[in-house]
Design a protein around this ligand. Structure first.
Ligand SMILES: [Ca+2]
Ligand SMILES: [Ca+2]
Length: 295
């Protein structure tokens, strides 16, 4: 029996409409379940101990039933509505090879590993979706980085690359060779967007506009409606930004390209390693055409 029917059953009981056998069943359930007892007590108080059959009581009852039916429909929509294209909370300790590709370039210093409920990226560790995603999409997840150095210059950088084949370029510090790259730079406290085919900078926030402190979680969301790419940051990093608006939005029309999504962090510099943690990745279709907005 689903929650909505349960509630309708209880409404019937509150108004004394149930046949004796069902009313007895409700009383047995209520006696055995404190939570249910509290719920039905609230309903009885709310209905004015409403076992009297007045027209006002019937009207209240009707409104109550309608509210419960609407709530039931809402729950059904949540359960059966659109699903994310990809979702991973990294909680089972197994690198899900049905969702993610192995890194195409690997050295002993680089790492990508699911552990302790997160995905750990070490020294240009690449996390790459197995699937390719057509625009428009949104990508969101939680990010925290570790500060291993005594020198703030060695803060981590996190890159999120859309529309990419996710091939690291050995000639350019293993950055992705193609795509639209959103880089979160914890040293400069800024977000930058770089895009192929010319590799040009398409826009940056002001230096110091985002206080991307280590060892705290920042929630990052990037929308790509096929025409514009927008970046949203929530959490302690936001500084002076309005939480509801993008920290950066640039024009970046769709071009024919591969369509993987890649997330990677900074390479090892001198003896200083770089480590980032990722959690709760969700990729969704925005379900609208290009030019209709990215939220
Ligand atoms: Ca897993
Ligand atoms: Ca997790």
């Amino acid at each position: 029996m689903n929650a909505a029917l349960d509630d309708l059953y209880l409404v019937g009981d509150v108004f004394g409409d149930l046949p004796m056998e069902q009313a007895s069943h409700v009383e047995t359930m209520v006696a055995a379940d404190k939570e249910l007892a509290a719920k039905i007590a609230v309903m009885r108080v709310g209905m004015g101990q409403g076992r009297k059959r007045t027209s006002r009581g019937r009207a209240i009852r009707l409104v109550g039933c309608l509210a419960l039916v609407v709530a039931g429909l809402g729950a059904a929509w949540t359960a059966f509505g659109p699903r994310p294209l990809l979702s991973d909370n990294f909680n089972d300790g197994w690198f899900d090879s049905s969702l993610w590709l192995p890194p195409s370039v690997f050295s002993r210093s680089m790492g990508v590993k699911e552990q302790h409920g997160y995905m750990r990226l070490l020294n240009r560790g690449y996390l790459v979706t197995r699937a390719e995603f057509a625009d428009p999409i949104s990508v969101q997840f939680d990010w925290s980085w570790s500060d291993f150095g005594e020198n703030p210059l060695y803060a981590d950088h996190l890159a999120v690359v859309l529309r990419t084949a996710a091939e690291p370029d050995a000639d350019h510090a293993f950055e992705a060779k193609d795509g639209v790259m959103v880089k979160f730079n914890a040293w400069s406290g800024a977000v930058e967007i770089w895009a192929q085919p010319d590799g040009a900078n398409r826009g940056s926030t002001k230096s110091g506009s985002l206080k991307l402190a280590p060892d705290v979680w920042h929630h990052l969301r990037i929308t790509n409606d096929g025409e514009r790419v927008a970046v949203y940051v929530t959490g302690p990093a936001v500084g002076d930004h309005d939480n509801d608006g993008p920290v950066l939005e640039v024009r970046c029309p769709t071009a024919p390209t591969a369509r993987h999504v890649a997330i990677y962090n900074r390479e090892q510099l001198a003896a200083i390693p770089h480590e980032s943690y990722i959690d709760n990745v969700v990729i969704e279709s925005l379900g609208r055409r290009a030019g209709e907005g990215g939220r």
